[in-house]
Ligand binder design. Structure first.
Ligand code: HEM
Length: 219
């Protein structure tokens, strides 16, 4: 029997859909340029806050959100690829999807990290909030890396969405619904997952916002 088992907590789902919204805002405002760069910077700061939260949540959050539980070794990846890993042994991200999650988080970190120091080489009106801390040639180098890594990020997002479509069409699994509702059909052997307290999530969100504020206000 298959039934919807709770796999994703609210903080992880909120993180994901806010990230998608901020990513869209960052993309649009970055491509338009001009005065929209002001919003681009705000979206980037928003993404930085979300990433800080997600990193903390990856250590103290619910079981399916923890890096230690979803990042698996080569043996689990091989079993997954051979179709030998049952659903209840991969309640959250599958072992291959976990690598994509790590890649997305790493490239997003690089993207916002370089963006904080990037210079608005056209008008110098909308420099990244930390650009004044480095000399202008370094700021310009970081700006070109920022532009290059966005292409890599777009490629990864494309692969990420493609994988979700393939799951829907080939494996007949609706991962989007799971990321929206938090529930997935895992079969009768569904594991008893640990969920972290919402209070802890609020504390981690405050810690991320506070950390980011301290970092940016020391300019
Ligand atoms: C409309 C487009 C998108 C859809 C439908 C979508 C859907 C999903 C789904 C279903 C998952 C869970 C996958 C699983 O079950 O293992 C997921 C995870 C994830 N997605 Fe997306 N995604 C989208 C766009 C994006 C974008 C634009 C980014 C980043 C720029 C992104 C980053 C991530 C990350 C980091 C995770 C891991 C979540 C976590 O563990 O915190 N996604 N996405």
């Amino acid at each position: 029997m298959t039934h919807g088992v709770r796999v994703w907590d609210v903080p992880t789902r909120l993180f994901h859909w806010l990230l998608v919204a901020e990513f869209a805002g960052m993309w649009y405002s970055g491509k338009q340029g001009g005065d929209l760069l002001e919003y681009h910077i705000w979206c980037g700061i928003g993404v930085a806050g979300l990433l800080l939260f997600r990193l903390l949540w990856g250590f103290v959050g619910s079981e399916t959100a923890r890096f230690a539980s979803f990042v698996r070794g080569p043996r689990a990846i091989a079993r997954y690829l051979k179709g030998e890993l049952p659903e209840h042994e991969q309640p959250g991200h599958n072992p291959l999807g976990a690598l994509m999650v790590l890649a997305l988080l790493a490239v997003l970190l690089f993207q916002v990290g370089t963006g904080l120091f990037a210079a608005d080489v056209d008008s110098y009106l909308y420099d990244g909030p930390l650009a004044a801390r480095v000399d202008s040639s370094l700021a310009e180098t970081l700006t070109s890396w920022h532009k290059l890594s966005f292409n890599l990020l777009l490629g990864l997002v494309g692969l990420h969405v493609l994988a979700i479509v393939v799951y829907r069409l080939v494996k007949r699994q609706n991962l989007v619904r799971a990321m929206l509702t938090g529930r997935k059909p895992l079969g009768a052997k569904a594991p008893n997952l640990h969920f972290a307290s919402p209070v802890l999530a609020v504390l981690m969100a405050m810690l991320s916002a506070g950390g980011l504020y301290l970092l940016l206000s020391r300019v």
